[in-house]
Design a protein around this ligand. Sequence first.
Ligand code: V47
Ligand code: SF4
Length: 374
Amino acid sequence: MLDAGYYARLGLGSVFEKVMNGERLSIEDGRKLFACEDINALGALAHHARTCMHGDSAYYVLNRHVNYTNVCVNACLFCAYQKEQDEQEGAFRLSIDDIVAKLDPQDGLPYDEVHIVGGCHPKLPLSFFEEAISRIKETYPGIVVKAFTAVEIAHFAELENCTTQEVLERLKAAGLEAMPGGGAEIFAPEVREKICPRKATGEEWLNVAREAHKLGITSNCTMLFGHLESIDDRLDHLDKLRRLQDETNGFSCFIPLPFLTENSMLELPEERKGKHTGLDKLRTIAVSRLMLDNIPHIKAYWVMLGVKLAQAALHYGADDLDGTIVEEKIGHDAGAQSDQAMTIPQLEEMISRSGFNPVRRNSFFKPVTDKQEA
Ligand code: V47
Ligand code: SF4
């Protein structure tokens, strides 16, 4: 498949050369990749790049998601999870005891990571989150707390009337070690204004990530795609992440999130309704791998992609599936058809049946050697 002449005939001769030589691709190269009609040729290039970085390893993590509330002041139009206030039907808010209780190990195997995110609640003070993290770390010292998107950090700063840097410092002191990548959506201001007008801007999101990285808190990054954005908006988003990574080297993983449309207030134009193909998802994963040459991992998030597409994505540039998850609300409220949880044996089988070597990792992508069965 990696035949220089074939790529030249596809109009990708110089892109092919750059990928083979490990050189950085330009935005114009990204445009050519998105326009390439041969998805397999694109996938083979991305697969080459991921194989140079990770060989035949594909990663997963023994983790649990905890959503502390769905009450959120932002009301993003795409979001099916959000409730306006505590009193609304279906709204919930966990106590610290509830959060800690959710981390009770299943079958005696403690989680390696807890992923905590929630809506931007109008009242919950920062002290609540400091105490929650401290209680988790006291109870389960071995668990990595990966919590709060840059958007939540910006919201806490607003509520506390302090800087995002101060929020990050306080949470780090409580035990925060890593941050998930949500809230990035799409940075292009004209689209962001239409899909999540109240949320922190793209620039604010990037600033919080920069501050976190400088404090030694690693983070992930995401892109919500398949809504109103153009191909150039996707490439601009990738470019902004790549530039920040050049500066801080703090991103571990990029997660492209396909927009799930159920229960969403976001009206898509007629020509886009119900038209988001699996091929566009694979294409976006492949282009992300090729453009983000400085971000080590690309996650095929099985919850939002579905198990089969996530397996295919491992051949289109992705090297990570995320984890056991246990309980998921944001994607499922929006129509995700996947299960709520996967066990370690299921994840390992999912990876090996796709032809890769399963590697259980921690939040920092270091292999975890304890191989007890879950
Ligand atoms: O920020 C919300 C997205 C994100 C919808 O960092 C939607 O390891 C699709 O960021 N359709 C939260 N997406 C999930 C997230 C995440 C998940 C797993 C791992 C990591 C990580 C991060 O979900 C939100 C938003 O971008 N989202 N609504 C929807 N209807
Ligand atoms: Fe709130 Fe996040 Fe949903 Fe936006 S995506 S409404 S910030 S919970």
